[in-house]
Design a protein around this ligand. Structure first.
Ligand SMILES: CC(C)(COP(=O)(O)OP(=O)(O)OC[C@H]1O[C@@H](n2cnc3c(N)ncnc32)[C@H](O)[C@@H]1OP(=O)(O)O)[C@@H](O)C(=O)NCCC(=O)NCCS
Length: 221
């Protein structure tokens, strides 16, 4: 498949240095070589490391977390293979997967991922899962906002889609809260445990997101 030119911003500014009043450190960086480290009020997002595998297995393989998502790996080795795959797909420019690491911790308690739905990443799809001990804490919203910023400002997507099983109350609630717009229901679109489930299609557009961000809110409508 022929590669489309990307229109991502390639300059990342070290905000910590800027906030500290020090001279801003400008790093020329391409997310396909290495993901930026994104620092929020509750969590840091960074590239997955092979050493995250045991923590991700413990966090994501429980029944309540995996109920409405594609089955995660069931072993540490399986997660290591997944992590290696995320690095290859990032290098190819198809996909980015961030580890969610709450402040004060070292290991990932979840992931937020973005993949292109067409060459060039104009339309992208995101997905996420965090350990149930962190549900309702605000860690997801903190990380999610940074990934939406990343998808629009760094990767250059203009439309970000998410699919959540209609029966997934928290998944749909989290997308509604961040300001995604419900565009429709994809009937019997997701096979889980031998059953086809309906999914809600949620979208965020870059213009809406930027307008909302400059107005200072998470909601875009
Ligand atoms: C999706 C996920 C990352 C969201 O993180 P979270 O910390 O649970 O999200 P939040 O608590 O910030 O937001 C969820 C919202 O849904 C609401 N909610 C919870 N159960 C609900 C239900 N049954 N129906 C409607 N809304 C519901 C919550 O009240 C909350 O809104 P509020 O903060 O305004 O009260 C997390 O739940 C998760 O990992 N789930 C398992 C994996 C998954 O399903 N991923 C989504 C695939 S689309």
């Amino acid at each position: 498949m022929e590669k489309m030119p990307y229109r991502d911003g390639e300059v990342l500014v070290d905000m910590k240095a800027a906030v500290a009043g020090a001279e801003a450190v400008t790093t020329t960086s391409d997310w396909r070589q290495a993901l930026p480290v994104l620092t929020g009020s509750m969590a840091t997002l960074r590239e997955l490391r092979l050493s995250d595998a045991p923590s991700l297995l413990a966090m994501l393989s429980t029944e309540e977390v995996s109920r409405f998502i594609s089955p995660p790996p069931t072993t540490v080795e399986g997660f290591e293979r997944f992590i290696a795959w995320t690095h290859r797909e990032r290098t190819a420019g198809n996909y980015a997967c961030f580890a969610v690491v709450p402040h004060g911790m070292d290991s990932a308690i979840g992931i937020i991922q973005v993949r292109q739905l067409e060459p060039g990443f104009a339309t992208a799809e995101w997905g996420f899962a965090i350990g149930s001990g962190f549900w309702g804490t605000g860690v997801f919203l903190d990380g999610a906002k940074m990934v939406v910023d990343f998808a629009f400002d760094v990767v250059g997507a203009h439309r970000l889609e998410a699919r959540a099983a209609v029966a997934n109350g928290r998944g749909n609630g989290a997308l509604r809260k961040i300001g995604a717009v419900q565009e429709g229901v994809l009937r019997k679109s997701f096979l889980r445990n031998g059953e086809y489930l309906d999914q809600t299609l949620w979208t965020i557009l870059d213009d809406d997101w930027r307008r909302s961000r400059s107005a200072g809110g998470a909601r875009i409508h």
